[in-house]
Design a protein around this ligand. Structure first.
Ligand code: ZN
Length: 188
């Protein structure tokens, strides 16, 4: 009896999004079909997974604004509730279909940084950040003089991750090279 729900139990946010997009596409294709597209148990699972989508997502600002305007309680640390993510993704999918955009056109700008999410994270809020936003938060905290361990604590990112990102982001200080002259070059 549990077989149905087990199919969607372990759903990643990305899988949930794909599912919503396919569902919306199918709904549009068969205009006669109306009402709830999915069994309610599945819908809850999908929405719970959608609520984990990160700040850098193409429709993150739409979902966030919608959720705020509806006065919903966004899940702890989330951008928007799953229902608003679903709305935003369905609307987006309709535009994609209407204008005949391909998946390639839809790919978000790889250099895009969600400033609102970065700002919230810098204010101490723990929320799911995309890689660009993580880098930006780490970079700004570092430039404000926070240590890697402090950054790790505030952002909830692993210490090793923070160190690795920092060494990729911050150009090495020339003075350090001279002081370590007798040592073999170390890879952080
Ligand atoms: Zn909402």
């Amino acid at each position: 009896m549990n077989a149905q729900s087990q199919n969607t139990e372990r759903l990643t946010a990305a899988q949930a999004e794909t599912r919503i997009r396919r569902d919306e596409a199918a709904r549009i294709a068969t205009t006669a079909r109306r009402g709830l597209p999915m069994p309610s148990a599945d819908q809850l699972t999908v929405r719970a997974a959608l609520a984990l989508l990160p700040a850098g997502h193409a429709v993150a600002s739409v979902a966030r604004t919608m959720c705020r305007e509806f006065g919903h309680d966004a899940p702890h640390g989330g951008i928007a509730c799953g229902r608003c993510w679903e709305h935003a993704i369905r609307n987006d999918e309709r535009v994609v279909i209407e204008f005949g955009l391909t998946a390639r056109d839809e790919e978000p700008d790889p250099s895009y940084v969600d400033e609102v999410a970065v700002h919230r994270a810098l204010n101490g809020e723990v929320l799911p950040l995309g890689e660009n936003e993580q880098d930006e938060v780490i970079r700004r905290m570092n430039s404000e003089g926070l240590s890697p361990s402090a950054i790790s604590e505030v952002t909830g990112l692993r210490y090793r991750t923070v160190r690795a990102r920092l060494s990729a982001l911050v150009p090495p200080v020339v003075g350090d090279v001279a002081s370590g002259a007798h040592h073999a070059p170390q890879v952080a």
